[in-house]
Design a protein around this ligand. Structure first.
Ligand code: ARG
Length: 585
């Protein structure tokens, strides 16, 4: 159990015996102290509960202290208007670190109630290569999946690829005219992109080509054999190309239920929404409208008119006047399928912030159709170049994911050539690949997902700063100690800490089990990245101040235990971000 929950349990017990009602306890918690000068943990329980009892907070805090049984765990004190501070005793830290060092989960308790999460992430559009915008979805979705799984939830990873729709009219048009079979087999994603670009350029030149592309799409949607065959091959080859990138990134899915998987249920989806009155006909199309039960400000089906400022309808089209279904219809059908098939407690849609209106409308329809689970749009901002504008290639296109990964690995090669102690060429190459990919992942995950960030390769692969290689090194450094040891390190029965740097490292190690579950509160992997950086800093300053191999007896045993627990925690933490920590570098 974490130190925080041990204290919280003891606090709740004390409050109950002081006559506080059970229901009131839900709001009362113990949290890590912001400033360790006042202790390790704190609670504002006395301030929250004193008033209705007609007591002064400081007086009530004293009563709590007199009742609280924390054994040998902590010293207590009162501060300011009635804060209760807990300072963990060095012996308690020592005992706790020893238990962490023995624990493969590094102090993370599985959740009491396991829930089912559907993770909808990556989801690129087929027949176009994944571009750098999909990087964020892929990496954030993968990390959240790993973390939720580790915490004991059931996670279903679904790659909702865009394998249906307008782009296929264009690809089929160009395929029939310009396909290069050889290129298609060698580099499917590149060849499909070439075809797509060809058609897209040609369409811009004349209405007639646009019309021809549209006709190819109508034929495909009508079940035309030739077009269906082309579509099938294009999708299949795209998947092979995508899989290569996922393998390289060590990302996997349980399902690839793309948009086309729902083609047969789109009609009935629309009919159902008509039947329950969520949708109706409007100017020849079928649209979902406001339910009328929300204030307009909170109603995703209302918008303020730019001139009159009056609230006007902002419907969601679910069937166009020509009978065609769209992205929204597919998402509604997908939702119904997921509910029937998996009955999830949560669905996370890890998608660009530009789609937020779409998801707000989708979720509102779900609410009005009594959909029981929680739906979340885990949205994110844009990746920018050094000029602060959305990242682009020299030709003005969105950079392709694969190229971005290659460039990161090239930058990593320079760092490895200069700094690595490895001698075997293959090992160096593997390390550079690992650093390159990890740097891209870590940079992504370490930013608040809502903010845009600047993609700066040199900074990302550097050993200094808040980077992936810095953390990798923070794993290698404590690990290397064990190689210098004569014989194997066996955990001792007892350890003890005397130095402030030892205690601070112990404090940081104890927090892992406390912070990890909070990543899922608002789906923010950057909580974990910040924690790991802070842990690494605590380790390095311990390591510089406290000799390990040159110390003796229980001091040496204690410091080795700290090294072991640190290496384990960093390795586990990185693995939850999809990053593999090397043993040497
Ligand atoms: N294919 C879409 C895109 O690239 C993302 C799909 C996200 N998932 C969903 N269920 N809508 O923009």
């Amino acid at each position: 159990m974490t130190l925080q929950s041990q204290l919280q349990q003891a606090l709740h017990k004390a409050l109950l015996s002081l006559g506080i009602q059970e229901e009131a306890l839900a709001r009362i918690s113990v949290s890590a102290a912001k400033d360790t000068q006042f202790g390790d943990y704190q609670t504002n329980a006395a301030m929250m509960l004193a008033k209705p009892l007609k007591k002064k907070p400081r007086e009530f805090a004293q009563e709590i202290i007199d009742t609280l049984v924390v054994g040998d765990l902590a010293e207590m004190s009162i501060a300011g208007p009635g804060f209760l501070n807990f300072t963990i005793k060095p012996e308690a830290f020592a005992e706790h670190v020893l238990s962490l060092a023995k624990d493969a989960r590094c102090g993370v308790t599985p959740v009491a109630r396991s829930e089912t999460f559907v993770m909808d992430f990556s989801s690129p559009n087929v027949a176009k290569p994944m571009h750098v915008g999909h990087i964020r979805s892929t990496i954030i979705g993968d990390a959240l999946s790993r973390i939720a799984t580790f915490l004991g939830h059931k996670v279903i990873k679904d790659n909702h690829i865009g394998d249906w729709g307008t782009q296929f009219g264009m690809v089929i048009w160009a395929w029939k005219k310009e396909l290069n079979e050889e290129a298609l087999n060698a580099e499917p994603l590149q060849e499909l992109l070439r075809l797509y670009r060809l058609a897209s350029m040609a369409s811009k030149e004349g209405e007639s080509i646009k019309e021809e592309c549209r006709a190819e799409l109508v034929r495909l949607q009508g079940g035309d054999t030739e077009n269906t065959e082309i579509w099938e091959r294009a999708v299949k080859l795209s998947k092979v190309g995508l899989q290569k990138i996922y393998d390289r990134l060590d990302v996997s899915f349980d399902h690839w239920l793309g948009e086309s998987a729902y083609n047969d249920s789109l009609q009935s989806t629309v009919e159902q929404l008509l039947a329950i009155g969520v949708a109706r006909e409007s100017e020849g199309a079928i649209c979902a409208f406001s339910g009328g039960d929300l204030p307009p400000k909170k109603d995703p089906f209302k918008k303020s008119h730019p001139e009159t400022k009056e609230w006007v309808d902002f419907p969601m089209i679910i069937q166009k006047s020509d009978g065609a279904f769209n992205y929204a219809t597919t998402d509604l059908a997908t939702l119904a399928y997921r509910k029937k098939e998996w009955n999830p407690d949560h669905i996370l849609y890890v998608v660009d912030h530009r789609q937020s209106e779409h998801f707000q409308q989708l979720f509102d329809i779900a609410r009005r159709s009594d959909y029981p689970g929680q739906l979340n749009h885990v949205s994110f901002g844009t990746i920018c170049g050094k000029d602060g504008k959305p990242l682009k290639t020299r030709s003005g296109d969105l950079p392709q994911l694969e190229n971005v990964l290659n460039e990161a690995c090239d930058a990593a090669k320079l760092v490895v050539a200069e700094k690595s102690h490895l001698e075997v060429e293959e090992e160096k190459a593997a390390l550079a690949e690992n650093i390159g990919l990890s740097a891209v992942k870590f940079t992504e995950l370490s930013h608040n997902r809502m903010s845009d960030y600047i993609f700066d390769l040199e900074k990302m692969v550097s050993l200094e700063g808040d980077t992936a290689p810095y953390l990798m090194y923070s794993h290698v450094r404590p690990q290397s100690i064990f190689r210098k040891l004569e014989g194997e390190f066996v955990l001792p029965d007892r350890i003890s800490f005397t130095e402030e740097k030892e205690i601070h490292l112990a404090r940081m190690l104890a927090r892992f089990g406390e912070i990890l579950p909070t990543v899922l509160d608002d789906y923010r992997p950057n909580i974990l990245t910040s924690y790991l950086l802070e842990l690494a800093r605590a380790f390095h300053s311990f390591f510089e101040a406290c000799p390990v191999l040159k110390s003796e007896g229980i001091e040496k045993q204690s410091r080795l235990t700290l090294c072991l627990a640190t290496a384990q925690t960093i390795k586990l933490g990185l693995s939850l971000l999809g990053i593999s920590a090397p043993e040497k570098m």
